[in-house]
Ligand binder design. Structure first.
Ligand SMILES: Nc1ncnc2c1ncn2[C@@H]1O[C@H](COP(=O)(O)OP(=O)(O)OP(=O)(O)O)[C@@H](O)[C@H]1O
Length: 618
């Protein structure tokens, strides 16, 4: 383990060049379905706010009317009117919330479902590049931010602007000179808000990305807790977490400072203007150019506009965060899914260019040709520039019904090669056929039914044993499950508290490595696949269990065409023939005994002798 764990490698997106409004407009397809609820909620909030604005006018008429004329009956009437207005305001605000709560929850659910569905469709190369915490934070905190924006800031940006304009109109109608003094600060405020928006969106993007990084560190530490503890690295990891949290803290403080600056001006300037208009108003009343009631009405109106103005900073800040969350959501949704090409091709009815021009059309191949790789080239998209291709023109033919073992030095590309068959990665050039049919012409879902895999790292999901195994063939009958468990020597599941219905913990942590490997093997064979790919399937088994699994596997392998990555002679012996992978090509093919005789590289590999630099002794 390196002394300093690596930072998550998720590509950082440059700050968006477009405005927050453009980002938020992309939510329209989701918002469209609930637009009438949002409209109703906005109208309710607007009516509530406007009824609050009427209160100062009632106050004015109380001061100029019943109070000035000592009219007690009139005072009661106006008092009741004030009470009704207050109740109306409270009732309408309550209704506003009720109207949007359920529809917004369904918007959030749909967005989350779309994000999840897209993550499932995105190619493995996408997941290689993106740290899991980044995806996790998009599916959780970003969704929450967007929902909250739709519930509150969106509605109140509209409502408060309208209330503000109406209030200004009322103030002008009461006393245009005082109104002019009060609205004068609006000019510098508009300039400040646009400056703020730019700064705040950059900070908000950074903070949301840093949140994702933090989630990644947390997730890795939880999943790798055993390794961290056993190597005594929990302090290093804690230090890394603290460093990451510190970065986030600094960004959050920067955001808070920006917001505080904006707030100080947003609150300070109008207060100043209000003070000036109060002084001018008092002088006007003294000179008799306006009534005391008008001044009270004017000041009450101005004061009731404090919330719409003061909330502006908060609403703008939250809208910016929602715009960033929307950008982050669509970064995933805009990524090209692995099967997009298939769909386009299916729609146009044309095969791939390369398959169409390769000269060997699928129908010309013999019907049961097994697995054939021809001139396959592949390199990982993020391989260092100038490094040779991992697979450089590889040819291999596994006959129908044959089991081929694949051997090679560690890092030679064996696992990579197995991942090419079900198209977890796309080859750069060349061709792979299954019984003569180019794998690019087989719909992905069908291809993955045809090719079943057991990976070197046997991942299990938080589900029952049977659900985990039947993932390989959801419609398989109960006998198939029993047979698969027998083949994989996984009879231990029957002794679990609830047999095959026992829930295995997150990633199957409650099971031993060998037990997990046996369940992963059962998953691969349960559907009696036509093509089976096993990546070192027996590596975690004890010698006794390995012998038993081998015995049962022989039976399964006899009915299928299989590629088995092997590190040990015992696994190699399961195969009819062996292929040696070196320098990006298959350099030798034959039976175990033939290769032992004819290939010095193979002999060295099987005996475990290597040169000091790790290469084979030639
Ligand atoms: N997702 C990836 N992105 C970039 N490079 C990768 C990726 N996965 C593997 N590699 C690199 O490709 C090379 C081949 O890896 P691969 O896992 O296929 O080897 P292998 O022969 O199966 O090794 P082993 O016997 O140790 O399992 C290695 O150098 C590895 O670092």
């Amino acid at each position: 383990m390196s002394t300093q764990p690596q930072a998550p490698s998720t590509p950082r997106q440059p700050p968006p060049q477009h405005s927050a409004i453009r980002s938020l407009l992309r939510l329209w397809p989701y918002v469209r379905q609930i637009r009438w609820f949002l409209f109703g909620s906005t109208v309710a909030a607007l009516l509530a706010s406007l009824s609050a604005l009427v209160i100062p006018l009632v106050l004015k008429s109380i001061v100029d009317g019943p109070v000035a004329h000592r009219d007690t009956a009139g005072l009661w009437q106006q008092g009741v009117l004030l009470l009704v207005l207050g109740l109306l305001e409270a009732g309408l605000f309550g209704m506003r919330r009720l109207l949007v709560a359920r529809p917004l929850a369904s918007v959030e659910r749909r967005m989350r479902a779309d994000l999840y569905a897209r993550l499932q469709r995105l190619p493995v190369s996408f997941h290689d590049r993106w740290a899991s915490g980044q995806l996790l934070s998009r599916a959780t905190s970003d969704m929450y931010t967007i929902r909250l924006f739709l519930a509150f800031p969106l509605i109140f940006l509209i409502v408060n602007s309208m209330v503000f304009l109406t209030g200004i109109g009322i103030m002008f109608s009461l006393d245009w000179q005082l109104a002019l003094i009060t609205v004068l600060p609006a000019v510098p405020l508009i300039v400040l808000c646009s400056w703020f928006e730019r700064r705040y969106s950059a900070a908000s993007r950074l903070s949301q990305d840093q949140n994702g990084d933090l989630a990644t560190v947390l997730e890795e530490s939880v999943l790798g807790i055993r390794i961290l503890k056993s190597f005594g690295r929990h302090r290093t990891m804690a230090a890394r977490y603290r460093a990451q949290a510190e970065l986030l803290r600094e960004t959050e403080l920067k955001k808070a400072r920006l917001l505080a600056d904006l707030w100080a001006v947003i609150v300070g300037l109008p207060e100043l203007a209000l003070g000036v208009s109060l002084a001018v108003g008092v002088v006007q009343v003294a000179h008799g150019s306006t009534t005391a009631g008008t001044l009270v009405g004017f000041l009450s109106t101005a004061l009731s506009l404090r919330w719409p103005v003061e909330s502006l900073g908060w609403l703008l800040a939250y809208s910016n965060e929602a715009a960033t969350a929307t950008d982050r959501f669509f970064e995933v949704l805009d990524a090209r899914p692995a099967d997009a090409e298939d769909e386009a091709r299916a729609a146009s009815g044309t095969p791939t260019t390369e398959a169409a021009t390769s000269g060997t059309a699928s129908t010309e191949q013999p019907a049961r040709d097994g697995i054939r790789l021809t001139g396959v080239r592949f390199r990982y998209p993020d391989a260092p520039a100038g490094s040779p291709d991992l697979l450089s023109g590889l040819d291999l033919h596994i006959r129908s019904g044959e089991t081929m073992a694949l051997v090679g030095l560690t890092g030679s590309g064996k696992t990579t090669l197995t991942a090419l068959l079900p198209r977890l990665y796309e080859i750069d050039s060349g061709r792979i056929t299954l019984d003569g049919q180019d794998i690019r012409e087989i719909p992905r879902a069908r291809l993955r039914e045809l090719v079943s895999m057991a990976f070197e790292e046997p991942t299990l999901f938080s589900a029952s044993v049977s659900e985990n195994v039947l993932m390989g063939a959801p419609d398989a009958p109960a006998e198939a499950l029993d047979r698969a468990l027998d083949v994989a020597q996984a009879q231990f599941v029957r002794t679990l508290p609830e047999g095959v219905d026992t829930q295995v913990g997150e990633q199957g942590l409650s099971l031993s490595g060998g037990q997990r490997q046996r369940l992963a093997l059962a998953r691969a064979v349960v559907g009696a696949p036509e093509f089976l790919v096993l990546d070192d399937p027996l590596s975690a088994l004890d010698v006794h269990t390995e012998a038993l699994v081998e015995q049962a596997l022989r039976q399964v392998l006899s009915d299928t065409t299989a590629l088995v990555v092997a590190h040990r002679p015992s696994t190699v012996l399961l195969a009819d023939r062996v292929a040696l992978l070196a320098d990006g090509r298959i350099t030798a093919v034959g039976t175990h005994h033939e290769l032992l005789e004819s290939s010095p590289d193979y002999r060295e590999l099987m005996s475990g002798e290597r040169a000091e630099d790790g290469s084979l002794v030639r």
